[in-house]
Design a binder for this molecule. Structure first.
Ligand SMILES: [Zn+2]
Length: 559
């Protein structure tokens, strides 16, 4: 049996050493811990209770990713320059050896030179599914989070590309088996926010949730859309636009500053399309979307033989953008080591592929963007000042949408036209009340969020009809949109603190029963979520356990 053969071939057992005198266990060069599954289960449970399902899932996925990368490194070392299918095959054996799960590869298509990857794996005896079901019972979502992270980290490490696994079936949600599918990250797409589990983000923006629902709505009816144009007439927008137009034809490096979702990539594209490089490639990369260990091979490329397993050379984004424009989004997320290498490229105009001692000239116009305060990052020692001055020769600040609300109707009209085209629909427009709500909305997700809402509106409004509020905010309006309802005085409010406290004050005037209102609110949320407690809890901004607890409290008679 092949399984047996690989284990014996690499003599894994001999690489595991218990150094009892020193209190250490080693697997080859990596220190290991023999941990009680019950203790891990308890940690996992407490994590979920403390930070909620969503955050806990991210933390555990990323923990698994680190373990996977270590084992990926070990597998490469064991196997040398073998067939990538065989290196993939060692992963499940290591995972089984460590007592985590029995994984079986049922399908794999790997092409190193083209960078394509597909893998399908089934799991038996997942410790994580057992622990989850023990603590929480069978739920609605897959639960083998560290294992998904492990598979992704393992394959990303040996394949030197960001490979992401996703659990399609899971014992933890009542399926008869667990099934993982792995593909390059970009093949999954950004739309439903799944990739965010692999990134460290502080407070996932709410519009990720909207995008989740959008993906379901879209189905397969969507035509590809061309990149949009820049739209706006507000002072803030015009100031940014003027700066960008003046820089377009010069070779100067531009730094775009602004919150997430303000449209930095659209500005970068516009710059490229209006430069004398317009006929050359425009290459974009989001530095925050790629794990630190892989970013250098993405940017600078890999030379054949750079490390065991690198069987073919691959150009990086710099080389692919040669003659054109490279857009580096979230440049503030680069690790210190990568910052040094980037600085050298900017100084010399030359790149060096990983594992190559030969330099290659590249002629690239760099447009960088960030939503973090780089000056603060410099003060904190997280970003190099010399790199900052190279990048920020020409900074352009793109204002958040809430500071350019008068552009909302223009933007909405342009987006409406775009999505009417891509969904082959003709609408009368946006109702006055809906437009009023849009203008008052606080736009935490900026233009990107507006785009999501309009796309949803186009999908849900009847052909030939108007887009109404319910079409825009249908199915679980974000909490901040709740403030955009018409209040007792008939005024469309925004979610500002002032209007909220006015609402609370008017409630208190009428004689208020907190318990009754809480019970009614919980009931409403459960109703709206169709009885699904996880979704209902999300609507209320609490964890499923907290909701279950409150519901139980509500049914016990008051003391
Ligand atoms: Zn599972």
């Amino acid at each position: 049996m092949k399984h047996q053969r690989l284990i014996e071939q690499f003599n894994l057992r001999s690489r595991l050493r218990f150094n009892v005198d020193e209190g250490q266990i080693w697997l080859d060069e990596n220190r290991m811990l023999l941990i009680h599954a019950r203790a891990m289960g308890a940690l996992r449970r407490e994590l979920i209770d403390t930070v909620g399902d969503h955050e806990a899932r991210g933390i555990l996925v990323r923990m698994g990713f680190v373990a996977g990368m270590q084992d990926g490194e070990l597998a490469q070392k064991l196997y040398g320059e073998g067939d990538p299918h065989d290196v993939f095959g060692i992963g499940p054996e290591l995972h089984a050896f460590e007592g985590v799960v029995k994984a079986t590869i049922i399908d794999s298509k790997i092409d190193w030179a083209r960078g394509t990857f597909f893998g399908e794996v089934t799991l038996d005896n997942s410790w994580e599914a057992e622990a989850h079901v023990h603590h929480f019972g069978v739920g609605d979502d897959p639960v083998c989070w560290t294992i998904v992270g492990f598979a992704s980290g393992y394959c990303s490490q040996f394949f030197k590309r960001f490979i992401v696994f996703r659990e399609m079936e899971c014992v933890g949600k009542g399926d008869s088996r667990c099934l993982l599918v792995g593909k390059p990250a970009e093949a999954w797409g950004e739309a439903d926010g799944y990739l965010d589990y692999f990134r460290r983000v502080d407070g996932v923006p709410r519009f990720v949730q909207q995008e989740n629902e959008l993906t379901q709505l879209r189905g397969s009816q969507r035509e590809p859309v061309r990149p949009g144009r820049l739209v706006g007439n507000s002072t803030g927008f015009r100031a940014a636009f003027d700066l960008v137009s003046k820089a377009a034809t010069s070779p100067i490096n531009v730094l775009l500053l602004g919150e997430t979702g303000v449209g930095k990539e659209m500005f970068a594209r516009w710059l490229h399309d209006h430069s004398d490089r317009a006929e050359q490639p425009f290459v974009a990369i989001n530095c925050a979307a790629i794990p630190h260990d892989l970013i250098e091979s993405e940017l600078f490329g890999v030379q054949k033989g750079a490390y065991t397993g690198a069987q073919a050379s691959r150009p990086g984004r710099f080389e692919r953008a040669d003659g054109g424009t490279l857009f580096l989004d979230e440049v503030g997320d680069l690790s210190p080591a990568t910052q040094v290498k980037l600085l050298r490229v900017l100084q010399t105009g030359e790149i060096e592929r990983l594992g190559d001692d030969q330099t290659r000239k590249v002629n690239v116009r760099l447009v960088a963007a960030t939503n973090v305060n780089l000056q603060q990052a410099i003060a904190d020692g997280r970003f190099r000042a010399d790199l900052y001055y190279r990048l920020a020769t020409y900074p352009v600040v793109i204002p958040p949408l809430r500071e350019r609300r008068c552009d909302v109707p223009l933007l909405a009209a342009a987006l409406l036209e775009k999505y009417e085209g891509s969904y082959n629909k003709k609408l009368q427009g946006i109702s006055e009340k809906a437009m009023c709500t849009l203008k008052a909305y606080p736009w935490p997700g900026n233009v990107r969020e507006l785009e999501n809402l309009i796309e949803r509106g186009v999908l849900l409004a009847p052909n030939g009809g108007l887009i109404e509020i319910d079409h825009l905010f249908a199915g679980g309006a974000p909490a901040s949109a709740a403030g955009a309802e018409v209040d007792r005085a008939g005024v469309v409010g925004n979610a500002s603190e002032a209007s909220r406290s006015r609402l609370y004050e008017s409630i208190l005037q009428d004689g208020f029963d907190l318990e009754k209102h809480e019970a009614r609110l919980l009931e409403l949320a459960v109703q709206r979520a169709g009885g699904n407690l996880t979704h209902a809890a999300r609507l209320l901004g609490i964890t499923r356990r907290q909701l279950a607890y409150r519901l139980r409290q509500g049914t016990t008679p008051a003391t």
